[in-house]
Design a protein around this ligand. Structure first.
Ligand code: SF4
Ligand code: SF4
Length: 245
């Protein structure tokens, strides 16, 4: 049996909950994994060296950093799960100085909770696999854990959402409807679920690391009449400072 731990840093809880949403498929995984820690599921906790650690959320306070370092130091294979962990997600994109934000929300600049500027897991430790999505498709973590249990090298997705639109024969909402869809510059893997619902992709899986042209997309959307400030905010929502245009 492989030993598995699931650790949550600061986040909405969606990515940890999504593992439980595997329902009966979770029992397939339990044939291979002994869960030593998974706070969302159980108060049971056993301090042990882990074969696989899953970490969700952003490092947003000193406690997060300690949990992350523990997960890294006590595991052979670490998975950063969800866009909070891989790219910093929405909270990672909020601009401004930490003390100013504390004053605005709590009325004091004192940092009694030892808050840190929210950053993705990948900026603090080396990870073995980064699976983005806000949240990710639950079948992706299922497949990833099965692959690891069977000694199969997991496949990293390195293509845009547009590829999945084409494979599913979805009508392009950017070309046909002029919607501000970020599919051309966003990592695929969600099976273009938003476009399936006739919505534009908001980029929740983070920016495609290579062969994307954000400047070109920005120009196209600007020419369609979208306000530059609106586009700027849209482009950075799940990308922190990663996109350049
Ligand atoms: S990536 Fe999205 S769904 Fe997952 S924990 Fe962060 S905010 Fe929640
Ligand atoms: S289509 Fe875009 S916004 Fe929707 S789930 Fe996929 S990556 Fe996220």
């Amino acid at each position: 049996m492989l030993k598995l731990g699931v650790f949550e840093l600061t986040d909405c809880g969606g990515c940890a909950l999504n593992i439980l949403f595997l329902y009966e498929k979770l029992f397939d995984l339990l044939e291979f994994y002994d869960i030593k820690e998974f706070h969302m599921a159980s108060s049971f906790k056993e301090h042990d060296h882990l074969d696989v650690a899953i970490v969700t959320g952003t490092v947003s306070c000193q406690r997060d950093l300690e949990v992350l370092r523990h997960a890294r130091n006590y595991s052979n294979y670490l998975i950063a799960l969800g866009t909070c962990a891989t790219h910093g997600s929405v909270q990672g994109a909020v601009e401004g100085k930490l003390r100013d934000k504390l004053e605005k929300v709590y009325g004091t600049r004192a940092n009694t909770m030892k808050a840190l500027d929210p950053k993705p897991v990948v900026e603090y430790v080396a990870v073995d696999f980064a699976l983005p999505g806000c949240p990710y498709d639950k079948m992706e973590i299922y497949q990833l854990l099965l692959d690891l249990a069977k000694g199969v090298e997991p496949i990293k997705k390195d293509y845009p959402v547009c590829i999945e639109c084409k494979l599913n024969e979805y009508e392009c909402v950017l070309v046909k409807k002029g919607l501000p869809c970020l599919g051309p510059i966003t990592v695929g893997g969600c099976n273009a679920i938003c476009v399936k619902s006739k919505l534009g992709c908001i980029g929740c899986r983070g920016p495609l690391p290579k062969e994307a042209n954000p400047a070109g997309e920005f120009e196209i959307l600007k020419n369609l009449g979208y306000d530059e400030e609106y586009l700027r905010r849209k482009f950075k929502t799940f990308a922190r400072g990663e996109l350049r245009w």
